[in-house]
Design a protein around this ligand. Structure first.
Ligand SMILES: [Zn+2]
Length: 441
């Protein structure tokens, strides 16, 4: 008797862990059960992926969905809708909400809320503070927690652990890999009085200079080695850190943001003004060149968007009164596919950075590869599709993107989460089916 599946994906080019292969994929009970399916097999539903690439469900490991917070800016329902429209099957959400996710009570609330309203699967960061250090060892093991997040330098919100004594205590509480925002807070505060309201937006990168980032990373690496606690340095932005981190592969992994691969100073500040202001800042050409080199030599483990929406009217304020942070969850995949088409990286490398990499770094179970037994998460892309990114396409209530006007070749056509088609042809389908991701550890 011919095999029967819940879902069959026929005729696509699959990006497998061992390379591209034209093969069919059979799905049952939300899992991949077969790669290579007999022509006689039947299914409840069949997707014809002719002319499409079938990627493992892509993961944005760095988003701020601002929920709880200001609903006029972003929520989990709108942020995860943006994610799936942009080709993302899973997001890992940051804890600096209002209030922040720093204790068992808020975490339990958020886990329940996510499974009612999210359109894709989610992992949650738990925020480390100077007062919750003793609880971090148990909080990091809670269901759906991808990692502890430490802001060693200030950004949006009031979460911060900036001094070596408390950072060491954090590293000695628990055992899983910790994710860090690495900018040296003392240097940021020391340099702040050098600037005044109304200075050019490009002063954002002068204030938060290369040394602020590099010093932050040197301090964290010294403590990580001392304590033996694995680290993940988020949004590395300088050539200096990328060179330095090669000597810390025993203890450290790192993330690169799509912005640092795509936007460059001074152009971004001249053209985008407040809509080019983010932390760590977009820097000059030499840093972008180093970023691309690090993508292609394997220094970088993950790529994220750092989706961090703010109201349009606040981004129009003069520097430094405009808040730092840019939208990005919906544009991450299109912009990266465009880079693939421009020859800057291979599609297999993109899949590693946006799926296998996040799954490996954070220990996500059942995610990150097309393989039997893994979750039936897929991002189907048309490498030849051409579109322009426009503000009107963005579903975040704040309604803007720093990539507006960018012409893109390569576009996500469909997203499937655990066998459920949640997006097809720019339309979100069904009901929110998002669940908490499981993490090993
Ligand atoms: Zn962030």
């Amino acid at each position: 008797m011919a095999a029967h599946y819940d879902l069959l994906i026929r005729n696509g080019i699959c990006v497998l862990p061992w390379g591209e292969e034209a093969t069919d994929v059979g799905v049952r009970n939300g899992k991949i059960v077969d790669l290579g399916v007999d022509a006689s097999a039947t299914a409840d539903s069949t997707i014809d992926a002719r002319n499409l690439h079938v990627l493992p469900g892509l993961i944005d490991p760095h988003v701020h969905l601002r929920d709880p917070g200001d609903k006029a800016v972003e929520t989990i329902p709108t942020g995860t809708k943006g994610a799936v429209l942009g080709g993302i099957a899973t997001v890992f959400d940051m804890p600096n909400t209002s209030p922040s996710i720093v204790d068992a009570k808020m975490l339990a609330w958020k886990q329940g809320y996510v499974e009612e309203v999210a359109w894709c699967d989610m992992g949650l960061y738990i925020g480390g503070t100077k007062t919750n250090i003793p609880e971090l060892a148990s909080l990091e093991l809670a269901q759906g927690v991808c990692a502890i997040k430490i802001f060693a330098g200030s950004s949006t919100g009031d979460l911060m652990v900036e001094d070596d004594e408390n950072l060491e205590k954090v590293m000695r509480s628990g055992r899983r890999r910790i994710a860090y925002h690495s900018e040296d807070e003392y240097r940021l505060q020391e340099r702040k009085p050098m600037f005044k309201s109304g200075d050019p937006y490009s002063n954002h990168m002068v204030w938060r200079d290369e040394e602020a980032a590099f010093l932050g990373t040197r301090r964290l690496m010294a403590l990580a080695r001392k304590t033996g606690r694995a680290a993940h340095i988020l949004h590395v932005s300088t050539a200096q850190e990328l060179s330095y981190l090669k000597d810390y592969r025993d203890i450290a992994t790192c993330e690169m943001l799509v912005n640092h691969l795509t936007q460059v100073a001074p152009d971004c500040y001249d053209r985008l003004k407040g809509f080019g202001v983010m932390n760590p800042p977009i820097r000059g050409q030499a840093h972008m060149d180093a970023a691309w080199k690090a993508i292609n030599d394997g220094t970088v483990d993950t790529v994220g968007s750092d989706h961090a929406p703010h109201p349009r009217e606040k981004k129009l304020l003069p520097w430094p009164d405009c808040p730092a942070g840019l939208t990005g969850v919906q544009t991450l995949v299109p912009v990266m596919l465009n880079h693939v088409n421009a020859g800057r990286l291979k599609l297999t490398r993109m899949v590693e950075l946006l799926s296998a990499g996040p799954a490996r770094v954070y220990g996500a179970v059942g995610k990150g590869r097309l393989a039997a037994g893994y979750d039936a998460d897929f991002t189907l892309v048309d490498m030849k599709a051409q579109r322009r990114i426009e503000d009107s396409w963005i579903v975040s209530p704040c309604g803007w993107t720093p990539f507006a006007g960018m012409d893109i070749t390569g576009w996500p056509i469909s997203v499937i989460v655990r066998g459920n088609v949640v997006m097809r042809d720019d339309t979100v389908l069904g009901a929110p089916i998002g669940k908490m991701v499981k993490f090993a550890g």
